[in-house]
Design a binder for this molecule. Structure first.
Ligand code: HEM
Length: 223
């Protein structure tokens, strides 16, 4: 961050690290709770008439929400000066990947019985599956390189470049959601709209930063 930027805007009062020690574990536990409930419901036969479809829908929706939440951390710092969401960005991203991967597994393994020919045909012939698959594939290197050790190994600039793939993955996930919706497009369009706002905020912030005029709070490290 340049000294020039520091003088333009004031960061919101930082919250003491010790006060937020519950945040990381809280997000992980809260994020995994729906999975525990889903497993319990499946075990108790409470997933309705079409449990596979229900589990596919729930995991797909959770993956989307968590991915958007992870992408909201930086814009929240940029616009409101909130630094605490950055502490849980990695956890949110990994949770999003977990649900996206599960979502894919439920469909390919339980729905398609892991028949490779059917799966390949599905990926090649159904555009909404093609983009969903591409999104999951793009998220794999991000999950693998999410540790601090990998940041050090790759170097921050290369690591950051790689992690920009998350925008593409999120865009493909939004397209997948829109494409698989048969009737009412309001829900997938709402998620796509939120993604658009989050990405636009980053673009505006970066443009203003280049000109030396941050939109709100200063950035310590943007990703
Ligand atoms: C290989 C990867 C994927 C496959 C095979 C797949 C498959 C599916 C299928 C079969 C459906 C339900 C379609 C229907 O019932 O008509 C669905 C819905 C959905 N998927 Fe995926 N998907 C994949 C990746 C993703 C990813 C990466 C995300 C998000 C990060 C995602 C989010 C969603 C959402 C939000 C829905 C709609 C859920 C609802 O209706 O409430 N999917 N997906």
């Amino acid at each position: 961050m340049t000294p020039q930027l520091e003088s333009v805007s004031k960061p919101s009062k930082p919250i003491k690290a010790s006060k937020l020690s519950w945040l990381g574990p809280g997000v992980v536990l809260g994020g995994l709770l729906p999975l525990v409930v889903m497993i319990w419901d499946a075990y108790s036969g409470l997933l309705g008439a079409n449990p596979v479809q229900r589990a596919t829908h729930q995991t797909g929706l959770l993956a989307t929400i968590l991915l958007l939440a992870s992408l909201a951390c930086t814009p929240l710092r940029q616009t409101l000066g909130w630094t605490w969401p950055a502490r849980v960005r990695k956890a949110l991203g990994l949770l999003a990947f977990t649900y996206a991967f599960l979502h894919m597994l439920i469909y390919f393994v339980i729905d398609h019985g892991l028949s490779l020919s059917v799966i390949v045909e599905d990926i090649l012939k159904r555009p909404f599956i093609t983009v969903g698959f591409a999104a999951v594939v793009l998220m794999i290197p991000l999950a693998i390189t999410s540790s601090k050790g990998m940041v050090r190994k790759l170097g921050f600039v290369r690591w950051q470049g790689l992690h920009r793939l998350v925008y593409l993955a999120a865009g493909l996930a939004a397209l997948h959601f829109i494409w698989q919706t048969k009737k009412d497009l309001r829900e997938p369009l709402l998620y796509a709209g939120i993604l658009g706002v989050l990405l636009l905020t980053r673009v505006v912030w970066n443009l203003r930063k280049k000109k030396g005029r941050p939109a709100a709070a200063p950035a310590s490290r943007s990703s």
